[in-house]
Design a protein around this ligand. Structure first.
Ligand code: GLA
Length: 388
């Protein structure tokens, strides 16, 4: 049993002198390719990572929720009839948002006690928030036997983040945290919500390099980028009636009409349209186990995010350059929203530890900060696991 699972179980026992009725865990994620495409109805290929949020919970009398975070050594209580955003205990808003939306949708959620703990680095772009939402939804679904289908649960978690927490994220993070399979990457069509698990060659590992730059600009710039994509669709739709999102625009059509767009909007659209193509090509490469070509697509993705989408930063660029000059690394790029956080790398299994050491010491020398570098294997999504 993982340390996190036994940790929350034990603490629950100490706090409430009984065993929890439900124990769940939800993983963080890293996106291999397909960045800033999910909210354009496009394609992505993330993997779940072996870092999780775990929760142990039981029902209680009445209509009150009691949350205990072991990471923050802090507790929050709130009545279900009056759920408000908590500015002091930000960590509690993900659970609150999920409970709020479930109630709004008419699901019968009652009082409960919850203990939680996680090991996903926060503010690093590894989706600790999505994992927290998914763990919350799964906990409430299990405790109150809610008739909540998988995709409905995923959508509800995304809405909790959009509507209660106030971040306009796409669907990728919550989806992969729920439905990833161990040892596989997940190809997702973000419009249809159809997906496929693609086995990830076990000769390679996923290496995540944290630049240690916190993503301060991420939220405001994220919303600006979304607006620019929407503007692109509005203008292009005058010539291409029927398009609903950049997903519907072919490269040929874009090249023909790009002169109608303000230059910055044209750059944003070009990134998204080409990135979607890279994901489709990348899916075939992953299926064939052609990791060298997949790595080449990652390289193109990074430079498109840097030049056209303009969401990279000096530290991310430095980390990618260092990785690309390291033996055994076949692909490297920034991952997540950008403006800091992590890069994702694919590295040959037998060279992974040496690559980790070498990148770490060279980054420290250049940036005067010690990076955190994690080796991970594609982990299991939350919906396949329940620990009673
Ligand atoms: C964040 C969002 C995702 C996605 C990425 C960019 O991680 O939560 O929905 O948009 O940025 O690809």
């Amino acid at each position: 049993m993982s340390n996190l699972i036994s940790g929350v179980k034990k603490s629950f026992g100490e706090l409430f002198s009984c065993d929890p009725a439900v124990v769940v865990r939800a993983p963080g994620r890293v996106n291999l390719i397909g960045e800033h495409t999910d909210y354009n109805d496009g394609f992505v290929i993330p993997v779940a990572i072996d870092r999780f949020i775990a929760m142990a919970a039981s029902k209680s009398e009445g209509e009150e929720v009691e949350l205990h975070s072991l990471d923050y050594t802090s507790s929050v209580r709130f009545p279900l009839s009056h759920i408000e955003y908590d500015h002091q205990n930000q960590w509690s808003n993900y659970f609150k948002g999920v409970a709020y939306l479930l109630r709004q949708e008419g699901y019968k959620v009652g009082g409960c006690r919850v203990v939680l703990k996680g090991d996903i680095p926060q503010g690093a772009g590894l989706s600790s928030s999505a994992a927290l939402e998914v763990a919350s939804a799964l906990t409430l679904k299990s405790l109150f036997a809610l008739p909540l289908a998988d995709k409905e649960l995923i959508r509800l978690c995304q809405r909790a983040e959009n509507e209660f927490v106030g971040v306009r994220c796409g669907i990728m993070d919550q989806f992969v945290s729920c439905l990833a399979r161990q040892g596989s990457a997940l190809f997702l069509d973000c419009r249809e919500l159809s997906y496929r698990n693609i086995p990830f060659s076990d000769e390679f590992r996923v290496m995540i390099c944290n630049t240690m730059v916190r993503r301060e600009l991420a939220n405001s710039q994220y919303n600006i980028r979304r607006g620019e994509c929407e503007e692109g669709v509005r203008i292009l739709a005058q010539k291409l009636p029927g398009i609903k999102a950049l997903r519907d625009v072919s490269l040929e059509d874009f090249l023909q009409h790009q002169h109608l767009l303000p230059p910055v909007v044209a750059k944003r659209c070009r990134h998204v349209i080409r990135e979607n193509q890279r994901v489709l090509e990348g899916t075939e490469m992953l299926k064939k186990g052609d990791m060298l070509t997949f790595g080449r697509l990652m390289h193109l993705s990074h430079y498109s995010l840097k030049e056209d989408y303009e969401v990279s930063c000096a530290e991310l660029d430095c980390m990618v350059e260092l990785a690309e000059s390291t033996e055994g690394v076949v692909g490297a790029r920034m991952t997540g929203a950008g403006f800091g956080g992590c890069t994702v790398n694919i590295v040959q299994r037998d060279k992974a530890e040496e690559a980790q050491r070498s990148i770490s010491s060279r980054y420290k020398k250049e940036m005067e900060v010690e990076p955190e570098i994690y080796l991970s294997s594609p982990a299991e999504g939350a919906l396949e696991e329940l620990f009673h």
